[in-house]
Design a protein around this ligand. Sequence first.
Ligand code: 0GY
Length: 297
Amino acid sequence: MTATDTDRIRSWDDAPSRPTFTPPPGAVDAHCHVFGPMDAFPFSAKAKYLPQDATPDMLFALRDRLGFARNVIVQASCHGTDNAATLDAIARSGGKARGVAVVDPGIGADELTALHAGGIRGIRFNFLKRLVDDAPKDRFLDVAARLPAGWHVVVYFEADILAELRPFLDAIPVPLVIDHMGRPDVTQGPDGADMRAFRALLDSRPDIWFKATCPDRLDPAGPPWDDFARAVAPLVADYPDRVLWGTDWPHPNMQDAIPDDGALVDIIPRIAPTTDLQHRLLVANPMRLYWPDEVAS
Ligand code: 0GY
């Protein structure tokens, strides 16, 4: 191995448990990533972490093992604004994956059209300083106003900047999807300050969606992530038509606390206890957002 290979990190479990919970037919893992393979799709010079390859075949094998049918692949920050790895994974999925890109805000109409043809249905704005060097709000608003019809914007931020971000979020003229609920402190409970601020955001517009994801990132107590389940279940119950779920595989940057994907799936019935909620969370909602062409209107 070269020195570079030695430094590359692995943040996922190669042999996750099989979940006890069986997802409904057609379930969508609506937040996951691919890394590389680096030989074909090198990482960005600005990448803040250098992962081992997490390939489309690995992702699709996990999808099948966990009982899911489709994936929404979110461009990971380590690939910068070159979406080739994400597009390659979508192309290999046989129609079972769509994606969210990260673009230079100066991107032109032709490139956006090409991304649409490749299965992209949204772009991601990342405000985590440990992942990206800059997040130019003015330029983000400019590109958000030029997106192809039906696209949305995914936003990733931490709870402590939500108030500061509100004017920017309010100005985005397309639907929003908030990654990991804006990373609330789930130990505050369902009525804590972070959850109250997040609910105020959801209540401000009917077209803000969220991902009830990442107990492993949000609950410092670790599995079985009781604080996460307690804080998030009421949110899913109160906004059942605007919520998505995903594994977050290959769990970027979680190399020191790699979650078991089977255990992650088993939190679903704790945050969505009825078959009706589970169907909305895993099938109806993501299909409406990512495969509207397959949903009867
Ligand atoms: C996530 C979270 C993280 C990383 C990325 O694009 C990324 O690199 O999203 C993180 O480190 O919190 O959603 O995958």
